[in-house]
Design a binder for this molecule. Structure first.
Ligand SMILES: Cc1cc2nc3c(=O)[nH]c(=O)nc-3n(C[C@H](O)[C@H](O)[C@H](O)COP(=O)(O)OP(=O)(O)OC[C@H]3O[C@@H](n4cnc5c(N)ncnc54)[C@H](O)[C@@H]3O)c2cc1C
Length: 481
């Protein structure tokens, strides 16, 4: 006999995005069903957190538990990039002084169990196969459990947190757009017996460039180092003509002195893993009766370890938006627009910084200046490092969730984004360009369409003046003008 479920909110996917949204909604007293296709704990890549996780873990009420799980404390990041080496310490930005390097199977299991303990009906090994729409909104989902038994779940609101599968955006809405510049492939493995970097903050992630791309080195425990290489798929294809994947990976590891020195005393244990990590964004992150959370909405090259920040941040904003609409405090369209703008801005902000890094030969000062221009805060020149840390660690997004004011910040993002793409450099060779001309040029690229969605917001739209109220009564609130 098939199962028939009815709920206020259905969440597809029990990763960090889905589990965060689910737990926060259940705590507000809403009925939540979560369907996850795999049995947890399950393997997942994406191991380096940013300090913004502390706020989210506090909001969820599980910081203490995470502190006790024995994960490595990440006190900063090391960059060996474009011929310069430097590190940033989160201690310099005292708001959130550290993050964690996590074994994802354990971290994700904790988040999902926590959601269940808050009252979410979690069904593991339940794969959503189909979503039914009527009157322009999703109404129910068909799923199949591990025994092959079918079920159906009717809901008021759907949260797609299915990760890079992105069920709604890829199969139904067809709104996913890839960013050509970041059509990358990652190769990685786990190493034992390695050396730590010679200097830098404790537990830091090292991000190191080499001629074909960049490498990550993430200490997961005293004995295990996660070591990955990322390169454009066209470069990998060219290398594949004469080398195996193993050889390409080994060559990459040997190509950067910092990584080579860390890896040399050790050895890789277990298989070499590979995944495409193409960056993309859906043209809409929310709409009538649905929200796209985490990677289901957008994905960004993991250079700055922003995936979990974006997944949990979007989970928080989605939970606040949905809470307010279910309580009939805020119009459904206003809440969806607010979510779309907040999450998109968080994403674009990181996209711009990552783009800047890809200009490998720009120097350290340039990255910091970039971060400053992306933050609405008024940082003096001497505070550039702090601005950079704040952007990269996600603090700025948490501040912004309090008050969304599109305007100047977006202008600055759009022009910065433009500066970092080849087509604008080509245009620039014909003379200097005004911001209006740059925007016109950007309209030709698909990435920029995404930026323009937010750009088209005006002060009359409902996004303006709404902010996230965290705490015991999570929701959206109108700021006094
Ligand atoms: C190579 C690489 C390195 C990365 N490194 C980092 C890093 O260092 N730091 C960082 O923060 N991020 C990193 N990321 C990104 C990070 O992994 C993701 O951003 C993060 O996992 C997103 O969380 P999520 O909840 O949106 O999706 P996921 O964690 O992918 O969870 C989605 C869940 O949905 C389930 N699901 C999918 N389809 C269905 C269905 N039809 N029915 C039911 N369930 C379904 C899946 O089983 C899965 O459990 C990296 C990514 C890659 C590819």
């Amino acid at each position: 006999m098939s199962q028939s479920l009815t709920t206020q909110v259905l969440i597809i996917g029990g990763g960090p995005g889905g589990a965060t949204t689910a737990a926060l909604l259940a705590r507000q007293g809403f009925d939540v069903v979560l369907l996850e296709q795999q049995a947890f704990p399950r393997y997942h890549i994406g191991e380096s957190l940013q300090p913004s996780c502390l706020r989210i873990l506090d909001e969820l009420g599980i910081r203490q538990q995470v502190e006790q799980m024995g994960f490595i404390r990440k006190e900063g990041s090391i960059f060996d990039w474009g011929g310069q080496t430097w590190s940033i310490s989160f201690q310099d930005s005292s708001e959130l002084p550290y993050a964690f390097q996590v074994v994802r199977s354990e971290f994700d299991q904790l988040l999902l169990s926590h959601a269940a303990s808050e009252g979410v009906a979690v069904h593991e090994e339940a794969e959503v196969k189909e979503i039914d729409f009527s009157d322009g909104r999703p109404r129910s989902a068909r799923f199949v459990d591990a025994t092959g038994r079918e079920g159906r779940c009717a809901f008021e609101v759907l949260v797609d947190a299915s990760g890079r599968t992105g069920m709604l955006a890829t199969r139904y809405l067809r709104t996913r757009r890839f960013h050509e510049a970041f059509r990358n492939v990652a190769l990685w493995g786990y190493w034992h017996g390695t050396d730590p970097p010679p200097e830098g903050p404790k537990g830091a992630t090292a991000s190191c460039s080499f001629q074909d791309g960049w490498l990550w080195a993430i200490p997961l425990s005293v004995e295990t180092l996660s070591l990955g290489a990322v390169m454009h798929k066209s470069r990998l294809k060219a290398l594949r003509e004469r080398l195996s994947l193993e050889e390409i990976y080994e060559t990459a590891v040997q190509s950067n002195a910092l990584v080579r020195n860390m890896a040399t005393p050790g050895e890789r244990v277990g298989p070499l893993r590979a995944e495409t990590d193409y960056s993309y964004a859906a043209s809409e992150f929310s709409g009538s009766g649905y929200y796209l959370v985490g990677d289901a909405a957008c994905f960004l090259d993991p250079l700055l370890s922003t995936g979990l920040h974006l997944a949990t941040f979007s989970g928080l904003v989605a939970a606040a938006s949905i809470s307010s609409t279910l309580r009939e405090e805020v119009d459904e369209n206003d809440a969806a627009s607010f979510f779309n703008a907040s999450y998109r801005r968080a994403y674009v902000r990181m996209l711009v910084v990552v783009s800047a890094f890809y200009q490998m030969h720009a120097g350290r000062e340039e990255y910091f200046r970039e971060a400053q221009r992306l933050t609405a805060g008024d940082y003096s020149d001497s505070d550039l490092v702090k601005a950079f840390i704040n952007v990269v660690s996600g603090v700025e997004d948490l501040k912004d969730a309090g008050k969304v004011s599109p305007g100047d910040l977006l202008d600055s993002m759009v022009s910065l984004y433009a500066e970092h793409h080849g087509f604008v450099r080509e245009m620039k060779s014909g003379g200097s360009l005004s911001l209006a001309e740059i925007k016109k040029g950007m309209a030709r690229t698909q990435v920029v369409e995404d930026v323009q969605v937010e750009f088209s917001l005006t002060p009359e739209t409902a996004v303006n003046g709404l902010f996230v109220r965290t705490g015991s009564r999570l929701g959206l609130e109108r700021a006094a003008l």
